[in-house]
Design a protein around this ligand. Structure first.
Ligand SMILES: C[S@@+](CC[C@H](N)C(=O)[O-])C[C@H]1O[C@@H](n2cnc3c(N)ncnc32)[C@H](O)[C@@H]1O
Length: 227
């Protein structure tokens, strides 16, 4: 998420996230969005286009959206939600940052996406088992590892029986917890989705270099089996 940024923004995000980590780990996103004053270059993850790994999954999986609903978790500036909407999904997209959501409304005034402010950690129970497709792109990894179990427990229930969950995330090969964000997921952490009734259907890896480090990312498609 942070690999190709000017150093100053990279440092700002790391400082905000690290300082917030203990007291209010979700509080810094609104600070970042509001201090950006609608300049997307100040938002490290903003690409103003469909995320390439989501696009890769869409090309691979060719989902048909007609008659289906989709949820985009931590939607940021809305491009991924718009991509699903163009495929015919009835899309709900939420973010904890009110500024991000008002930015989405400003960018896509004619959109049929239902953009709203919501906290993943306190979702409406009406959303439980409701969505045919849920997409989480890089939101789990933006939250501290200590919260991981809770975050995954909050994501899992939104998927309807027989529905699909797509996770786009960095993956770490060790159980050692990185000391600064983003905090990639370990296989042990990902296995929580399996414990919650999902089956992994497909996975595609992507590797990139950042300085001395190799970054391992993937999209992972899960299916929630019908009982
Ligand atoms: C790293 S960004 C990724 C944004 C977008 N999904 C993408 O891939 O470009 C994480 C997003 O999750 C949002 N977020 C973080 N914690 C959240 C929470 N508890 N509930 C809802 N959104 C949250 C942030 O505001 C931010 O927009």
């Amino acid at each position: 998420m942070f690999e190709q940024l000017p150093e100053a923004i990279q440092q700002k995000v790391k400082t905000l996230a690290t300082e917030a980590q203990k007291l209010n780990p979700t509080g810094w996103f609104e600070v970042l969005y509001s201090e950006a004053h609608r300049d997307p270059t100040q938002i490290p993850w903003a690409r103003l286009t469909t995320h390439p790994y989501l696009q890769d999954w869409l090309n691979f999986s060719q989902p048909q959206g007609e008659g289906k609903n989709a949820l985009v978790i931590g939607c940021g500036l809305g491009d991924d939600a718009e991509a699903l909407s163009k495929l015919g999904f009835q899309v709900t997209a939420f973010d904890i940052s009110p500024t991000a959501i008002s930015w989405c409304h400003q960018r896509f005034p004619e959109s049929s996406v239902n953009y709203l402010v919501a906290d993943l950690l306190a979702l409406d129970a009406n959303w439980h088992h409701y969505f045919d497709l849920a997409i989480e792109s890089r939101t789990i990894q933006a939250l501290p590892v200590e919260m991981r179990q809770r975050v995954i427990n909050c994501i899992a229930p939104v998927v309807a029986e027989g529905g699909t969950l797509l996770a786009i995330t960095r993956i770490r090969d060790t159980d050692v917890i990185p000391d600064a964000p983003p905090w990639p997921l370990s296989e042990k952490e990902l296995a929580q989705f399996i414990d919650l009734g999902f089956q992994e259907v497909h996975r595609n890896f992507f590797w990139s270099e950042a300085g001395q480090n190799t970054i391992k990312q993937a999209w992972i498609e899960y299916c929630l089996h019908q009982q």
